[in-house]
Design a protein around this ligand. Structure first.
Ligand SMILES: Nc1ncnc2c1ncn2[C@@H]1O[C@H](COP(=O)(O)OP(=O)(O)O)[C@@H](O)[C@H]1O
Ligand SMILES: [Mg+2]
Length: 309
């Protein structure tokens, strides 16, 4: 549905995105995850035809964005990072206006606006002025304008940014409801957003893709099946921590004072050796907890590199 090849964008001589390649299949819900400044908004502006790339190719539903921008725009509903909502318009009037703008046939404008209002839960405020709404409701209006022409594809740039936790949960719920009806790409700089809504994740850092996989695949692949082991002992914690570093398969040791945290390879033998080592040290093992490395750690690892020129 979306195909991106060798996409580059420089602002002046500063590269914002460098040689991006990825594709999104029909019906997929893809999370475009990366820290602030990674190049998410730039990529989305190019996919939606609002900005030209420096080089590279974007095809949406088979159409080249630059040869057939209207064909592309017709198929995409776009929530930009700053939603294009007019504060002095009423919600319903604004959605009628956008529907007209998007080429919805005149006789279907009314039902299109009503449908978008219904999907985004704006019924109670449809006669209110947008400028008087809370940020959460304004964001819903932004989503409603992306939905109003019932596009095949939704491109949502940080749809929950600036919302409180309750509003965030509501928008995430809404996105989950849209699954299956649209192909969705949403960007975010926070991991829980992707975990809540997406099947596939593309991680971008400093303008480059650093990982692309399903959530579970990513977790497995990037951690190499590694384990994080937490150990609690009654005595000689410092000495035990030091000696654990020499156990084979232990990659990293951190002594927090309250407990010892180990980063281990994926082998169960390593955990067995760690347990035996602590018991033999006579330090009084009272707790040993094993966890697979969390996606959070992987994300931080993948995005801790700065852009170098
Ligand atoms: N209009 C612009 N002019 C110059 N630099 C820009 C412009 N827009 C974005 N940038 C820079 O490009 C990089 C990527 O920005 P952006 O795509 O907005 O990232 P993200 O959406 O992931 O936070 C950043 O370093 C940002 O400062
Ligand atoms: Mg952005």
């Amino acid at each position: 549905m979306i195909e991106i090849k060798n996409l580059c964008k420089n602002y002046g001589d500063r590269p914002a995105i460098r040689n991006l390649n990825f594709s999104v299949k029909k019906g997929e819900v893809v999370g475009f995850l990366g820290p602030n400044g990674a190049g998410k908004s730039t990529t989305m502006k190019i996919i939606t035809g609002y900005m030209a790339p420096s080089s590279g190719e974007v095809r949406v539903a088979g159409f080249d964005v630059f040869e057939s921008p209207l064909e592309v725009k017709r198929r995409i509903g776009y929530l930009p990072e700053t939603p294009p909502v007019y504060s002095d318009m009423y919600v319903l009037d604004y959605l009628r206006f956008v529907a007209n703008l998007k080429g919805v046939p005149r006789e279907r404008v009314e039902s299109a606006a009503a449908g978008a209002i219904e999907k985004t839960g704006l019924g109670d405020v449809r006669k209110r002025m947008i400028g008087n709404l809370s940020k959460g409701y304004r964001q819903r209006v932004g989503l409603a304008q992306a939905l109003v022409s019932d596009p095949e594809i939704l491109i949502l740039d940080e749809p929950t940014v600036g919302l409180d936790p309750k509003q965030m949960a509501e928008i995430r719920q809404l996105i989950r409801q849209l699954k299956g009806q649209h192909t969705i790409v949403l960007s975010t700089h926070i991991l829980p957003e992707v975990q809540a809504s997406c099947e596939k994740v593309i991680i971008i850092n400093a303008g480059q893709i650093v990982a692309e996989d399903s959530l579970s695949g990513l977790s497995k692949r990037m951690s190499g099946g590694g384990h994080s082991v937490t150990v609690k002992v009654l005595r000689n914690q410092d000495a035990v921590a030091k000696s654990l570093a020499s156990v084979g398969g232990v990659l990293k040791v951190r002594n927090t004072g309250n407990f010892i945290e180990l980063e281990c390879d994926g082998s169960e033998t390593t955990i067995e050796k760690v347990a035996a080592h602590v018991v033999q040290s006579g330090a009084g093992l009272i707790e040993l907890q094993v966890q697979s490395l969390a996606l959070e750690d992987i994300f931080i690892k993948l995005t801790s590199k700065e852009l170098t020129h």
